[in-house]
Design a protein around this ligand. Structure first.
Ligand SMILES: [Zn+2]
Length: 248
């Protein structure tokens, strides 16, 4: 067969590992130490990206959203037009933005407002450009974390992934965290730990939520105000389909 094989990663030919020549031990010869080289298997740089892609693909998010692109997002009003422009600006300048104080982006609004489409599309495009974006579905992850909250090792292991990902997409932040007007205190503590860590390390977040930034500050001042600062200059509150219908 002379079919040309194509690989997603030309470096490792999709093996996700590469063999490199590295010093494996030191030998002493006449009092002079000499490093002996040998082949060592190392994870390829594409491995982390593939891990993030698998999480997004394996998440509860429907396939319809998984492959969404910015181009497919058709704005229906001025706010949606602004949010599309904001998303494009963020993607194109991410390499500069990521190391700044205000390095994050937040799109809030009701279901059907397009916030999920846009934040997933940003993630897909940045993943395609080699940026590790970890997907965190708020409701699902909160349930998981609360199950292991008394198991320090398990809890820290799960939290560390979210704390250290190059870019973290928090989908539907605070969904189900407010019951009868009261906020769930343990969820607020978990989110503060996570957001505060990323805030101090200047690691960006992409946030989608049905609650706008002011409401987030109302729920928890410490977490909400950090999100507000991280997303400064890049937050949009969209109006959903429901409200559009009501306005007609
Ligand atoms: Zn590779």
């Amino acid at each position: 067969m002379n079919k040309t094989q194509t690989f997603e990663c030309e470096i490792c030919k999709d093996a996700e590992f590469i063999v490199v020549n590295k010093p494996i031990y030191t030998e002493k010869e006449n009092g002079i130490s000499k490093e002996i080289y040998g082949p060592v298997a190392e994870p390829c740089k594409c491995r982390e990206l593939k891990y993030y892609k698998r999480i997004l693909e394996g998440s509860g998010i429907s396939e319809v959203f998984q492959s969404k692109t910015i181009r497919e997002y058709i704005p229906k009003n001025d706010k949606q037009k602004q949010s599309k422009a904001m998303a494009i600006e963020y993607i194109n300048n991410f390499h500069i933005i990521r190391s700044q104080r205000n390095n994050s982006l937040g799109i809030t609004g009701q279901p059907g407002s397009g916030k999920t489409h846009l934040t997933i599309a940003i993630s897909n495009e940045l993943l395609r450009r080699g940026i590790g974006v970890l997907y965190l579905q708020y409701r699902e992850v909160m349930t998981q974390l609360k199950q292991v909250i008394n198991d320090d090792e398990q809890y820290q292991m799960q939290m560390n992934r979210f704390k250290s990902a190059p870019l973290l997409l928090i989908d539907d932040l605070f969904k189900g965290a407010i019951r009868d007007g009261k906020v769930n205190e343990s969820e607020m503590r978990i989110m503060f730990e996570l957001i505060n860590h990323r805030y101090l390390k200047q690691l960006p977040v992409l946030v989608s939520s049905e609650y706008n930034i002011n409401k987030m500050i109302d729920f928890d001042d410490a977490t909400g105000s950090r999100i507000a600062e991280m997303c400064k200059g890049r937050t949009i509150d969209l109006i959903g389909k429901e409200l559009n219908h009501r306005m007609i």
